[in-house]
Design a protein around this ligand. Sequence first.
Ligand SMILES: [Zn+2]
Length: 207
Amino acid sequence: MTRLAGVKADKPSSHKKLEAVASKVREMLHVGPTKAIDPLKLFEDLDKIIIKHGGMRIPLNYRVSNLEDSEGYTRYDKEQKCIEVIASVYTYDRLESRHPRAGFFVGHELGHCLLHTGQLVRLAQMPTNQLAAMHRGATVHQVYEDTEWQANGFAGALFMPAKGLAQLQQTYGLLTIDMIQETFKVSYEAAGIRRDVFSQRREILLV
Ligand SMILES: [Zn+2]
């Protein structure tokens, strides 16, 4: 059994839904399906991505901070009424050198912003002791309800869209992990996971 890393999301998701949300983001950023997303640009363009919650637009900002023990995180700022993705200095340096892990961090956090907006807002209202309890992850839930699973799936779909994978496959007559890695500038691991997701659900994802 896979150990679930996140908490229970408000809504379950599916690969199909994650694909649709990721595809909208690519449209907002004007990046075609076979183009690699530049993760540093994605980070600095986060404020161009529209997030709606309860009929209101919530501004999305980014910030670099001196974090000792984390690559970064996402929070809702209840004073400024905006969502912030905070990257550590180390993560930001790795974004500049286009390290795949740092890129995946931005995609993953953006997934939380888009998919878990309500939960981020609620977390910001909670006292810190309750917050700690929530992070102990005492909930029992299915994989497609897991916030971390959803954010990872979103990042995969954002960086390696199904439409782009289908085009690669059509052009070359096959789809290898190396090809995916080379085209979208992602890690070998991320490319492998995504290739499996795509091969198993091709018809659903390409609708
Ligand atoms: Zn996460």
